[in-house]
Each structure stands twice: as structure tokens, then as C-alpha cells.
Design a protein. Sequence first.
Length: 306
Amino acid sequence: MTITVFGSVNVDVVAYADRLPRPGETVHGSGYAIGLGGKGANQAVAVARLGGAVELAGRTGVDTFGTLARERLAHFGVATTHLQASPDSPTGIAVIGVDARAENSITVIGGANMALDHTDVERIAPLLRKTRVLLLQLETPLAPAMEAAAMVRQAGGLVILDPAPAPRRGLPETVWRSVDLMTPNETETEALVGIRPADRDSALAAARAMVERGLSRAVVKMGAAGVVWREDEAEGFMPAFAVEAIDTVAAGDCFNGGLGHALAAGASLEEAVRVAAACGALATTRRGASDAAPTADEIQALVARG
């Protein structure tokens, strides 16, 4: 099976403190970390950690952070043949604050990620035509992402869009008909369909609204409140796995990586959501972004425990 991630690659600079600073305030932190991040890279690593073969297509700069990102991707077993070095743009970075409750605040500087364009899609066309599942996010320009989606769908593949960061005014109507599945969290869901998913019923209402927009499947993530899914006339709710969360930075990315991996392996949407929920939950139990991605054995143990 071929899983392709077309998306962002960042280096994350993470600061840990008891609480996040208010505007104009300085707080003392307890530590920091520098590591691989970016929603595209995180999702690719999540797939690789589960044992999946995954290709990451995107851009870094020709700089120290770009070298670091490539070294970490190789360490995790992510193929980077289609990751281009852009001499005109720096590698993307994210400046992240994490508080004692594992809540986070993130500022992203896109850099080379925002230079992705039509030429990148043409460059990876042979890969896209053999892709079974394509994972997309919104940390890169929308036009080339939709072009890649069209190429994969024409070849019979499945396209999953993580609509993050969600535009305040929502997404163009054409996007809803250009992908198969979206996976927003609470904030993103509200921005997309005007419904804030606070519980099972409101989340299911949001998922139905998403399918009505043109999707064939929808998943709404509510963190500790669980997750719902909708496919055709079938729908369901899954409680969150009970874990001790310390850092939620990459939870959503690990969720999507697990979802794509399971669907590529032939799982039903309900089965894939269970795997994805376990991936997201375990990611919150350790610090970092890509470094937080769990292994297949860890997922199996958590799912068995329930």
C-alpha cells in the first residue's frame, strides 16, 4: 500500500512552563526542546511508526533546520525522495508554548512550506498516481494540495484533509467536493460548519453537515470528549481512551496518521477511527511533536485495554 503525505515540514521550538504568558507578559519556563514538526512531517512519522511505508512530499530550506528535519525524518523511516530543498525560502518553524495542563499555543512561520506550487505536484505526479491514501493539511497553499487531491482521486485513491489551521471564513465549496474525508477538531469544526461540537449529539450534527457539503466521510475530534464519525447513513461515537496527558501538540497529527494507515490497510472507518483515537491519545502522554508518535505495539496494547 502507498501512503503519501503532501504537506508541511517544520522544526519546532517548544517551551514548557506552568502556564502560557498573557499578552505583554514574560513567564519562567521549566525546559525547552527543538525537534521535527509540521503537520505533514508529523503525520508521515505517525504512519512510519506504525510500520507503514510512507512518502513525504514538500519543501524545506537549504539551511541548518532543513538538514535537521531531513535527518529526523530518515531516523523515523520516512522516505524523503520527494522532499525538495528550496534555496529561496527558509525551512518552516513553529514556536510552541506548552503549559502544565498540556494545553498549547503555537505560532507557525511557513517558510518553504508556503512556496509549494503546481510544479511540486507535477514533480510527484508518478507517486500520486500510485497513492492509495493521500494525507493533506492546511499549512501549505491550498491550490497545489487540491491539484494533488484530484490526481489521487482520478487514480482511485482516498484523500484525507486535516483542515488545520482552519480559515476563519471556512473553506471554499469546491474543497468539500475535492476530498473524501475531513478530520476537524472542535475549533475547526465550528469554523467550517458553524457548529461547536461539545458532546456526541452536537458532534454528530456537525459530521452530518460536513457530509451534506460534499464529503463521503467525516470525523469530528473532541479530544477528551471522544470522537464521532459519519459515512453514508452510518455514524457512531467513540469515547476517548483514558491516558495521562502531558503534551497535546501532535495529537491531531498522530490521529490522522493512524487513520490513514488503517484505511490504507483495508479497515472500516469505524475500525480506523479506533486506531486513530488510540494514536492521538498516546501522543499526548509524551513530549514533542513527531517524537510523540506511538508504535503499532503500543496502539495494540491500548486498544486491547479499552
